[in-house]
Design a protein around this ligand. Structure first.
Ligand SMILES: C[S@@+](CC[C@H](N)C(=O)[O-])C[C@H]1O[C@@H](n2cnc3c(N)ncnc32)[C@H](O)[C@@H]1O
Length: 277
């Protein structure tokens, strides 16, 4: 038995035949000390409903529940994992709801809305193939403050660096502008490849994002268009890269030197540019 009274994860994986599938981005965490550390990075969970994407055999799910999460709603696409997750659910009666389905087709705001009271926190060891897309969806929700009070997410280190990137760095791009605009994002800690089964090729990082109470006002779709154009040609001067949106005249209206490049603009300047479109 593990410290939570459930069988060790290796035994769970063996008894349910859960060999990892690459196509589903399956790199499992089997060490409850590490999954406990991720749960702690999400802060106090005792009043919280946690939304977890991709529980797999349930390593992180178990840590969240063991850490005292009031409730966990976990969305898993791989039906092979459902039996193992049902065992976790039985061990913590009334606290784990497993949704069998595709996170990309899930209405997270509706899920959160159905959760009765308390903060909603998103915590996940995300499948790498859909991690960035999910994060962008969560960062660009129309309603602000959003349905969640924090996000604690595992990414490849290179993606984590893009999320927390500041102007002037090579990693700074659309993701850094969106994350910096709406959240306070930081890398909590790195996780080496050998912590996963099977090990991925690269180091991973856990990123913690806390929504800003009042981000600078901007229309999210427009900001998306501006950053797409600006970083689409990141080596070019802005007067060239944002030509289709108004070029030099637009930049002058926003008070931004048209000879600058996208990677030098602060989030505040991107917002100004957006509002001038
Ligand atoms: C990196 S593994 C993490 C597993 C587990 N949480 C852990 O930490 O050991 C990603 C998980 O996401 C699941 N997954 C992949 N694509 C998904 C999707 N579109 N919707 C929901 N779950 C998905 C995979 O089946 C897998 O269980």
């Amino acid at each position: 038995m593990s410290m939570d009274g459930l069988p060790p994860l290796r035994a769970v994986i063996e008894s349910h035949g859960l060999q990892a599938k690459k196509a589903l981005g399956q790199n499992f965490l089997l060490d409850l000390n590490l999954t406990g550390k991720i749960a702690r990075a999400a802060g106090d969970l005792t009043e919280a409903t946690v939304i977890e994407v991709g529980p797999g055999p349930g390593g992180l799910t178990r840590a969240l529940l063991f850490s005292g999460a009031r409730r966990v709603i976990a969305i898993e696409r791989d039906e092979r994992c459902l039996e193992a997750l049902a065992e976790v659910s039985n061990h913590y009666p009334g606290r784990l709801e497993v949704v069998a389905g595709d996170a990309l087709k899930t209405d997270f705001a509706a899920l959160a809305g159905a959760a009765s009271g308390g903060p909603v926190k998103i915590v996940a060891n995300l499948p790498y193939n859909i991690g960035t897309e999910l994060l962008i969806r969560w960062l660009t929700v129309t309603e602000w403050p959003p349905f969640y009070t924090s996000m604690t997410l595992m990414f490849q280190r290179e993606v984590a660096e893009r999320i927390v990137a500041r102007p002037g760095s090579d990693a700074y791009g659309r993701l850094g502008v969106l994350a910096g605009w709406r959240t306070d994002a930081r890398i909590a800690f790195d996780v080496p490849p050998q912590a996963f089964t099977p090990p991925p090729k690269v180091t991973s990082s856990v990123v913690h994002l806390a929504p800003r109470a009042s981000p600078l006002p901007a229309e999210v779709k427009k900001l998306g268009r501006v950053t797409e154009a600006a970083f689409g040609q990141r080596r070019k001067m802005l007067r060239q890269s944002v030509k289709s949106l108004g070029g030099e005249a637009l930049l002058t209206r926003a008070g931004i030197d048209p000879t600058r490049r996208a990677e030098t603009l602060s989030v505040e300047e991107f917002v100004r540019l957006t509002n001038a479109v």
